[in-house]
Design a protein around this ligand. Structure first.
Ligand code: ADP
Length: 165
């Protein structure tokens, strides 16, 4: 049987514990998970693609079944090119659901046969988002429990972070 490969697309600006959780759970369903770092020149990001890529790599350095790649353009096209038969997405709340429902419709319209698997986030990570993390970084607050250690070490290289935001 051919390998079951899922593409987990996103901006990962930066990667959070919520993303990590979805990828890890994805590994129990698929043989391989491709983390697709979408590089959209129109979208303003806090961190460069190289930086975002390094943090994802650091978080999964011991996991050979996770492949990390950059892409631009249509997600379904990249999925096809990289051999992924599935898309993997996380759902935190009704807003995510509404958004994903529309994207799912669009993706199926663009490429028949592509199937998206949605995983509902765990209670602990449900309120974590990259935009919340960026806000905290902007004000120099603590990132403990929100992003992988590698991200914290690079953002606060001089040790302990402020305990209050
Ligand atoms: P986008 O730029 O498409 O919004 P993100 O990088 O924010 O992408 O997220 C990529 C995927 O990760 C999306 O499916 C999103 O719903 C999911 N995700 C983000 N944060 C969490 C979280 N805390 N728990 C579960 N899924 C999450």
């Amino acid at each position: 049987m051919s390998k079951r490969i899922a593409l987990f697309p996103g901006s990962f600006d930066p990667i959070t514990v919520g993303h990590v959780e979805i990828i890890r759970r994805g590994l129990s369903l698929f043989d391989e998970v491709i983390v697709g770092l979408g590089v959209n020149t129109q979208k303003k990001t806090m961190f460069s693609p190289e930086q975002r890529m390094r943090w994802i790599q650091a978080a999964f350095q011991d996991e050979p079944r996770v492949r990390i790649e950059q892409f631009s353009g249509l997600t379904v096209k990249f999925a096809q090119e990289s051999g992924a038969q599935f898309l993997l997405r996380g759902l935190r709340d009704a807003f995510d659901f509404q958004y994903e429902k529309n994207i799912n419709f669009l993706n199926k319209h663009l490429q028949e046969g592509i199937e998206t698997v949605f995983l509902i986030s765990d209670a602990e990570t449900q309120t974590v988002s990259s935009s919340l993390v960026r806000e905290i970084i902007h004000f120099g607050g603590t990132l403990n429990g929100l992003v992988p250690h590698e991200v914290i070490r690079e953002i606060y290289p001089n040790g302990p972070q402020p305990s209050v935001g």
